[in-house]
Design a protein around this ligand. Sequence first.
Ligand code: FES
Ligand code: FES
Length: 127
Amino acid sequence: MAYSNKVIDHYENPRNVGSFDKDEAGVATGMVGAPACGDVMKLQIKVNNQGIIEDAKFKTYGCGSAIASSSLVTEWVKGKSLDEAQLIKNTDIAQELALPPVKIHCSILAEDAIKAAIADYKQKQGS
Ligand code: FES
Ligand code: FES
């Protein structure tokens, strides 16, 4: 399968790989798996006390498109409020990376991961 240049770029130079200490203030974690292929994505956000995501990191055990999708999402969420980050759609990711139809679920994984991280943050805040 031919990957787009953007996928290859994010795959070869993934942004924001790594993790935060999950107990650090403002850190929340989203961990999701894709039933279709068994890939797993962990995405973490670090939210400041103005409710802005100031940093994000990911670890993805999966295909190039999943890695590229999570790399892209960590770039997109930085500087966004939680409400803004909540609006990121897998279709935006798939379009930006020009993912082929069989790789759409990889971008869904990234959307699910950011939503899971936001939900974890809200739960930790008790809201
Ligand atoms: Fe997910 Fe290839 S099927 S890594
Ligand atoms: Fe399953 Fe990419 S996440 S093939």
